[in-house]
Design a protein around this ligand. Structure first.
Ligand SMILES: *[C@@H]1O[C@H](CO)[C@@H](O)[C@H](O)[C@H]1NC(C)=O
Ligand SMILES: *[C@@H]1O[C@H](CO)[C@@H](O)[C@H](O)[C@H]1NC(C)=O
Ligand SMILES: *[C@@H]1O[C@H](CO)[C@@H](O)[C@H](O)[C@H]1NC(C)=O
Ligand SMILES: *[C@@H]1O[C@H](CO)[C@@H](O)[C@H](O)[C@H]1NC(C)=O
Ligand SMILES: *[C@@H]1O[C@H](CO)[C@@H](O)[C@H](O)[C@H]1NC(C)=O
Ligand SMILES: *[C@@H]1O[C@H](CO)[C@@H](O)[C@H](O)[C@H]1NC(C)=O
Ligand SMILES: *[C@@H]1O[C@H](CO)[C@@H](O)[C@H](O)[C@H]1NC(C)=O
Ligand SMILES: *[C@@H]1O[C@H](CO)[C@@H](O)[C@H](O)[C@H]1NC(C)=O
Ligand SMILES: *[C@@H]1O[C@H](CO)[C@@H](O)[C@H](O)[C@H]1NC(C)=O
Ligand SMILES: *[C@@H]1O[C@H](CO)[C@@H](O)[C@H](O)[C@H]1NC(C)=O
Ligand SMILES: *[C@@H]1O[C@H](CO)[C@@H](O)[C@H](O)[C@H]1NC(C)=O
Ligand SMILES: *[C@@H]1O[C@H](CO)[C@@H](O)[C@H](O)[C@H]1NC(C)=O
Length: 536
């Protein structure tokens, strides 16, 4: 097996002749450790260099990946032959990153960086593998710390700086350098550089576009955790508004189900299709007087106090007359509340204020008030807010950004993305058509946070979410088409698989409109006919 791979590489891919010896991909990979140490300006330490043929499975736990990263680091099966290089690079005298660089044998001439999630220091291996499948030389870094906890930031400003921008930046500079050392400077002269990321990865995307526009030619920014200080504060505000189960503002599961049914009965048909998916969540402004207990004996009816609490969760959060966060969007109340009461939002809130803002271990979520939001915004450490609207430098070098956000995002309200688009338009004095030249925004109906959700949620936006390799169905191929062939997307097609399982076949597809257009259904039946939808 190994011998035949060696021989076929030797026969098909002689990469260069060095000291009279034909250099194979594998021997070149083995030599990489030396060349990289010699050339890179960062203080680096090589952890792993190995040639891995397609079909190999990497057990990240065995490689020392922190056990809390298991969600992001289930064993990765390699789609193609790669040279893998994992290294540690110092970013300051008290911080460092771990960087994975996967260099495919059949290289497309492109480079790509992946991003991270939550407060985590977890490399998203499935995204790296996804990119190598298309021939990208792909990198991913651990965002400056190991494991999912924000505890790593406690009294460690350099580690926080890595999280805000420097891990991504260092990984890209180093990754491009390694890529061009490996394939040869000449071959890399015309190399195009891409980025794909969602959630915190979407925030990292915008950080690069706003502040380091030289890094990428094409960027996919998914469900970005931008306006970060307000966003994290929103979770505290929502908990405070709803109270705990001893409070008269608290809603139990049946209350949320009744609310959701009422919302759908008032809003689902507004787009022309009754299918449980809202094409424009902004149009959904339910009147809840019908489910007030004083008006109905319906099970799960709400008191006036509960309705007032609900209205807070679905309205913008205002501090000192300024909107600091968008409220949640209607349409998926039950998934949203399960996520809000799940382990993540409370942990993000608590860890952010405890370890980052106050550096006080006795701070807990029950202490939150909007005054804390004001403190976080004022501190805005290393500009983690990532909400600058001037994108001229990025635009002027011809780079492109594809921004998407699920309208059924159960964690990060889509309104924050709407506000950002408007901010860019206002800051740059640009019309929608002018922004379209380099920045296109897609509000994806029925998409949850980065993936999942009731709608057509396979868009090629992540490892494991590609319905096909056609640019119409695949955001990664889309951005390449736009950057390299000038074919800008008018829509992004999503695919719904039966039970969200590709093995069970396609349930239906839908073309998602480019903002500010929205989908309206004029077809037959319940909206599953892709051609029945029109962007208006
Ligand atoms: C991965 O490696 C760990 C530690 O060596 C081991 O406990 C685990 O069983 C391995 N997982 C798989 C799927 O092989
Ligand atoms: C670490 O770096 C900082 C800032 O560059 C410097 O002030 C400090 O002296 C350095 N500490 C050590 C131990 O080298
Ligand atoms: C190499 O990748 C290209 C696409 O980048 C693909 O068309 C071609 O089939 C691949 N060749 C091999 C030998 O895998
Ligand atoms: C993260 O884990 C790697 C081993 O995978 C280790 O080399 C590195 O020092 C750790 N980084 C930090 C900041 O603890
Ligand atoms: C793994 O991550 C957790 C949570 O971030 C952290 O508490 C723990 O120290 C890490 N383990 C190692 C070995 O670094
Ligand atoms: C890599 O970086 C080093 C240090 O900045 C530089 O000397 C070298 O030319 C770079 N190599 C390539 C191929 O870009
Ligand atoms: C209220 O919440 C507490 C803590 O989460 C839980 O222990 C208790 O069972 C809940 N009470 C009711 C009536 O649901
Ligand atoms: C929509 O209609 C199709 C065909 O009539 C049916 O198979 C499907 O289950 C319906 N979907 C929904 C969400 O009602
Ligand atoms: C809500 O509906 C009730 C009747 O059910 C109506 O009296 C009230 O004016 C409506 N409120 C708004 C804001 O439209
Ligand atoms: C429900 O109750 C509210 C407040 O008491 C009242 O204003 C409204 O008209 C009632 N709506 C219906 C449909 O009875
Ligand atoms: C930490 O927070 C607690 C509770 O608010 C407070 O009593 C204490 O003084 C704070 N500690 C410091 C060092 O600020
Ligand atoms: C949070 O802090 C408050 C005030 O110090 C304290 O009363 C409460 O028990 C703490 N809650 C938890 C869950 O630690």
């Amino acid at each position: 097996m190994h011998l035949s791979i060696f021989l076929s590489s030797l026969a098909l891919l002689p990469l260069g002749v060095h000291s009279g010896v034909v250099e194979t991909f594998q021997s070149k990979c083995a030599n990489l450790a030396h060349t990289v140490t010699a050339e890179a300006k960062y203080d680096i330490h090589i952890n792993i260099v190995e040639y891995l043929p397609a079909g190999s499975v990497i057990n990240h736990t065995a490689d020392g990946t922190n056990e809390t990263c298991s969600l992001f680091a289930s064993p990765t099966s390699l789609p193609v032959n790669i040279c893998r290089l994992a290294l540690k690079a110092a970013t300051s005298n008290s911080s460092s990153i771990i960087l994975e660089t996967w260099l495919p044998e059949n290289w497309s001439g492109r480079f790509l960086s992946t991003g991270n999630g939550g407060l985590s220091g977890c490399i998203q291996y499935s995204d790296i593998a996804y990119a190598t499948k298309f021939g990208f030389a792909a990198v991913g870094a651990n965002n400056g710390h190991n494991g999912t906890s924000g505890g790593a930031f406690f009294h460690q400003p350099e580690v926080l700086k890595d999280f805000v921008w420097r891990s991504l930046y260092t990984g890209v500079v180093l990754g491009k350098n390694i890529t061009s050392q490996f394939y040869g400077k000449d071959k890399c002269k015309a190399m195009k550089s891409y980025y794909i990321g969602c959630s915190t990865g979407g925030r990292q995307a915008w950080k690069a576009v706003q502040s380091y526009p030289e890094l990428f030619d094409g960027v996919i920014a998914g469900a970005p955790a931008i306006a970060s200080n307000g966003l994290i504060s929103f979770f505290g505000y929502a908990f405070q508004s709803l109270g705990d189960n001893s409070s008269d503002t608290f809603l139990d599961t049946q209350n949320w189900e009744t609310l959701h049914e009422e919302v759908l009965s008032q809003c689902d048909h507004l787009d022309g299709a009754v299918d449980g998916i809202l094409e424009d969540t902004r149009k959904c402004k339910p009147n809840l007087t019908k489910i007030l207990c004083e008006n109905t004996s319906r099970p799960g009816c709400l008191s006036q106090a509960q309705v007032s609490a609900v209205e807070k969760v679905f309205s913008p959060v205002v501090v000192d007359g300024q909107v600091i966060a968008s409220g949640q969007q209607h349409g998926d109340e039950v998934r949203m509340i399960n996520a809000l009461y799940g382990p993540l939002p409370g942990t993000w809130l608590e860890e952010y204020f405890r370890f980052v803002i106050y550096q006080n271990l006795s701070w807990n979520r029950t202490m939150f008030s909007l005054q804390d939001a004001a403190v976080a915004l004022k501190a805005n450490l290393f500009n983690v807010e990532t909400f600058d609207g001037d994108l001229r430098a990025f635009r002027d070098r011809g780079a492109k950004v594809l921004h998407f956000h699920g309208q059924a995002d159960e964690y990060l309200p889509v309104g924050n993305s709407d506000r950002y688009y408007d901010l860019v338009a206002k800051t740059m004095g640009s019309s929608n058509a002018e922004l379209d030249e380099f920045y296109r925004y897609f509000r994806i109906s029925g998409l949850g946070h980065c993936f999942g959700g009731p709608g057509t949620n396979y868009l090629g936006q992540h490892g494991g979410t590609a319905a096909s390799d056609d640019p119409d169905d695949n955001m990664l191929m889309r951005i390449v088409e736009w950057v390299e062939h000038g074919k800008a997307p008018e829509f992004v097609r999503g695919t719904k698989f039966v039970n969200d399982d590709p093995a069970q076949g396609v349930a239906f597809t839908r073309k998602h409109c480019k903002h500010p257009k929205v989908n309206v259904y004029k077809g037959r039946g319940n909206g599953t006919d892709e051609n029945g939808w029109h962007c208006v």
